[in-house]
Design a protein around this ligand. Structure first.
Ligand code: 13P
Length: 276
């Protein structure tokens, strides 16, 4: 059933696991993710980037996701990822998201607080949970920033904004890494002890399994996977017999690849059976 992100992340905290948040890009990637959740009896977060909510695609994909979430036996949050402006937040809510991320992490600290305070003010009134980002998590191709989120700043940010989830800079970046990242596990632990918001790790693709497990152990409760969803799907597309013309038949293998990838990550994060 369509569920708030906060409720799902509270379940994760009780279990000591993390919930995977999979970026989806079309009906087929969404289908693979939903199938994995059912198979693993897991709570999951299905999310789409701001650019999708700002495009025509949202009109087709978002209603399908909302309907599938309502029908699912699993608790599914539908989430806006990296909302780049308030309009993206409005559109995500209009399209049925149960939570939104508004990303103002590139702004100075006080301005980030001001933007997020405004979003939590109206989103919470509508029953929508909010994620923000503190400490900018950039692109892996530009190198992984070592300017980690500061505990004192996170404490003040939470107190002023009341966000439900907080994405933190602790050694990851978006996209594939040039070399294996080394996460700041002690900083994650210190943030977890000090900040009541659920901690979010962005840039999950390509992070070694042992690092992921250490991050969950230290208190990360949501982990985002985007690039590897695309690669699982595209690897499937590239291997399908190109003489197949029925597009629905052609797409069966890519959907299966996404499902297998997602199930593996659900297991890795300890979220299998979290819907029980
Ligand atoms: P990756 O593409 O590196 O998995 O990052 C996804 C992400 O963090 C989306 O917000």
């Amino acid at each position: 059933m369509l569920t708030g992100m906060r409720e799902i992340l509270e379940i994760a905290d009780k279990c000591g696991c993390a919930i995977p948040a999979f970026n989806v890009y079309n009906g087929e990637t969404a289908m693979g993710i939903f199938k994995a959740a059912e198979e693993a009896n897991a709570c999951i977060i299905v999310q789409m980037y701001s650019r999708l909510f700002m495009s025509d695609e949202a009109e087709f994909i978002a209603p399908a996701i909302v309907e599938a979430a309502h029908r699912s036996k699993c608790k599914i949050a539908f989430h806006l990822d990296h909302g780049s402006c308030d309009e993206a937040v409005f559109r995500a809510i209009k399209y049925g998201c149960s939570s939104v991320m508004r990303d103002a992490s590139a702004l100075p600290f006080e301005d980030n607080i001001a933007v997020i305070k405004n979003v939590t003010y109206f989103a919470h009134d509508l029953g929508i949970d909010v994620e923000a980002e503190l400490g900018h998590i950039g692109l892996a191709k530009d190198g992984v920033p070592t300017d980690y989120t500061k505990v004192e700043e996170a404490v003040r940010f939470y107190a002023e904004t009341g966000v439900d989830a907080l994405a933190v800079a602790v050694g990851t970046a978006h996209g594939h890494y040039k070399q294996d990242p080394v996460l700041a596990i002690d900083r994650i632990r210190a943030l977890y002890d000090a900040v009541p918001a659920a901690l979010v790790l962005h840039g999950g693709s390509g992070v070694p399994d042992d690092q992921i497990q250490a991050a969950v152990e230290a208190g990360i409760r949501k982990i985002n996977f985007g690039t590897d969803v695309c690669l699982a799907f595209l690897d499937g597309v590239r291997e399908v017999d190109s003489s197949i013309v029925g597009v629905d038949i052609f797409m069966k293998e890519p959907i299966q690849r996404v499902k297998n990838f997602a199930h593996e990550k659900i297991r890795l994060l300890g979220a299998e059976g979290s819907n029980a």
